[in-house]
Design a binder for this molecule. Structure first.
Ligand code: AMP
Length: 279
């Protein structure tokens, strides 16, 4: 595996690969890699000749300076994991390399970006669109891999790809979980032992609510999930919304869409966790 720091060099390498007819898969990450990230890498490895993984904590998508400051950074361990996963190129640029000038682009991300994470984290998805479009422009992959843990993010990226005219296939990959059900996340290392012990309840509560679909309304299930999470003294729900998987708009009846998705954000101590469940 080669570690690349330079935009120019990565551009040259990927252009040459494309000219030779090789397929390129890109996995964008912010590092502190875990098995969830590696599941995306494995999928990319199985479907492409060349696999590029970016490791870049993108400042423009953080609306909370403390979150950016405390975001875990584990570059050496990340490189070992990526080499073990037979990645061809790890792209680990500096902030100056990615943004030699401040990125002032404002993307038209439409209604998918206005609800849930978009409403709670102003500017977050515009920052995501800035970095992902920049990576797409540098690497010009055939396929790019994203995790369903960030369910809304995938919809936003699909919209960005359509409006910017990228010819890139967006591949969504299922959520990887700890054996106790907690969705793997780089932020999990910041949980105290007590909060780490409590956090698996999030998935347990969401999973248990799926059966309630048969007997309760969307509004009842939503209220019950929030009440069950908030019953824990260590957790507080920021939002729980049951939405259409394509438009991300809230559904009011189970009949609104065949595949509703419940999206949750929970404060577990001072760590903000997100998860979702398919109904
Ligand atoms: P991040 O480093 O948090 O920006 O995540 C990089 C990519 O890995 C994103 O597409 C995430 O959705 C994905 N990802 C993060 N956690 C998981 C997980 N537990 N299962 C599957 N994919 C994940």
């Amino acid at each position: 595996m080669e570690i690349i720091k330079s935009v120019k060099k990565l551009r040259e390498i990927t252009a040459q690969a494309r000219d030779k007819g090789l397929s390129i898969g890109l996995v964008p990450t912010m590092g502190a890699l875990h098995d969830g990230h590696i599941s995306l890498v494995d999928r990319a490895r199985s479907e492409n000749d060349i696999v590029v993984v970016s490791v870049f904590v993108n400042p423009t998508q953080f609306n909370n300076p403390d979150d950016l400051r405390t975001y875990p950074r584990t570059e050496e361990a990340d490189c070992r994991r990526l080499a073990d996963a037979r990645v061809d190129y790890a792209f680990i640029p500096t902030v100056e390399e990615i943004y030699p000038e401040p990125d002032t682009r404002v993307f038209d991300l439409g209604p998918v970006a206005q609800v849930m994470e978009g409403a709670m984290r102003p500017g977050h998805f515009n920052g995501v669109a800035q970095i992902v479009s920049r990576l797409f422009d540098i690497v010009r992959p055939h396929r790019a891999y994203f995790g369903e843990k960030d369910f809304q993010q995938i919809a936003v990226i699909r919209r960005m790809v359509a409006t910017e005219g990228f010819d890139i296939q967006i591949i969504d990959c299922p959520i990887k979980r700890e054996p106790d059900g907690l969705a793997l996340s780089s932020r999990n290392v910041r949980l105290t032992p007590a909060h780490r012990a409590e956090a698996p309840k999030i998935h347990a509560i969401l999973a248990a609510s799926v059966a309630d679909r048969a007997t309760k309304t969307v509004a009842q299930v939503t209220a019950d999930v929030i009440a069950a999470i908030d019953a824990s003294p260590l957790m507080e729900t920021e939002y729980y919304q049951i939405v259409d998987p394509v438009t991300l708009q809230p559904v009011t009846s189970w009949a609104d869409t065949p595949h509703p998705v419940g999206c949750v954000t929970v404060w577990c101590g001072d760590v903000r966790l997100i998860d979702n469940i398919k109904y």
